[in-house]
Design a protein around this ligand. Structure first.
Ligand code: NDP
Length: 285
């Protein structure tokens, strides 16, 4: 294996420690403490696990917990009222509505109600527009985590050929715009792309955000490329990425494992976004 393995757990731990330090510093200097409102509707076990993880990590960073749990039968209006309350509360710096919401609720409409200045998931249309136009704002967490990993391993982005496979609003598009913001030359691929292996093989930086188990083989990879695998696919053999780890690691310069690569970065960047939102609210950014 020739590639350097990117250690997402280590980078995430560093980011979380930095946020904890920034939270403590803000508290000491101004008396203000950043707060995160996680909003969970219903009893979906996976969502409960995700929200618990986010609350635990933010508590460890010193962020105040403003969790709200509504029953599965809550109406659109009731959830909307909780979001409005959080929008208005000066103690809440960031709001996260855990998706998917139960059937019968309109998750998109509810997400759209979150104040863009508290949109720590970066998923509202206003946040997406700010990213597209390069205006200050909160960016989606997993894409931010991808950039943080590349920066942590000093991967040059300016002028680099970057190829992003996947064009979802959650990962592919925001990653592409963050790379563009850093002056990479960006190609976006999707299910209708012709000659996907050929396009990917031109990449200095290859981001796989597809959700297809081990789609990306060694023939998709330029020797020495940095390969970031966002995919999380649950298989009979455990968690697998979108990249064939062993053969690609023999050819790439850097590669993220699954698990232990991009995964741990998402919560770390949520904490950083909450800190950023608190600083924005205080006029410090
Ligand atoms: P989506 O299903 O929303 O998007 C998948 C994208 O991949 C689409 O743009 C689709 O193209 C494209 N695609 C599908 N099949 C192919 C193919 N054969 N060739 C080329 N492109 C293809 O997924 P997400 O973006 O939400 O997630 C992607 C992966 O990242 C998933 O495995 C998910 O679990 C993981 N993930 C990991 C996170 C983490 O914290 N590490 C966070 C979020 C997601 P088209 O638009 O044409 O349909």
């Amino acid at each position: 294996m020739s590639a350097t393995i990117i250690d997402g757990r280590e980078v995430a731990a560093r980011v979380r420690a930095e946020v904890a330090r920034d939270v403590a510093e803000m508290r000491k200097r101004t008396g203000r403490i950043p707060g995160l409102a996680t909003i969970l509707v219903g009893e979906d076990p996976a969502s409960e696990v995700y929200v618990r993880g986010k609350r635990k990590a933010s508590a460890e960073a010193g962020i105040t917990d403003h969790h709200q749990h509504l029953p599965a039968g809550a109406s659109q209006r009731e959830v909307a009222a909780v979001i409005e309350e959080c929008n208005d509360s000066p103690d809440v710096s960031g709001i996260l509505l855990q998706l998917p919401v139960p059937e019968g609720l309109d998750g998109k409409a509810l997400t759209a109600m979150i104040s863009p200045d508290k949109d720590v998931d970066g998923l509202t249309q206003v946040s997406a527009g700010r990213l597209m136009q390069g205006a200050p704002g909160l960016r989606p967490c997993t894409p931010l985590g991808v950039i943080e990993l590349l920066d942590s391993y000093s991967v040059a982005l300016e002028g680099a050929q970057a190829v992003v496979v996947g064009r979802s609003d959650l990962v592919g598009k925001p990653v592409a715009f963050l790379l563009l913001e850093r002056n990479a030359t960006v190609t976006m691929c999707h299910s209708r792309t012709k000659d996907l292996p050929g396009v990917c093989a031109r990449a200095d930086v290859l981001i796989a955000a597809v959700g297809r188990t081990e789609l990306i083989g060694a023939d998709y990879v330029k020797p020495g490329a940095a390969v970031i695998d966002v995919g999380i696919n649950r298989t009979e053999d455990g968690l697998k990425g979108d990249v064939q780890f062993e053969p690609v690691a023999d050819k790439a310069g850097l590669i993220t494992p699954v698990p232990g690569g991009v995964g741990p970065m998402t919560i770390a960047m949520l904490l950083r976004n909450t800190m950023t939102a608190a600083q924005l609210a205080a006029g410090e950014q």
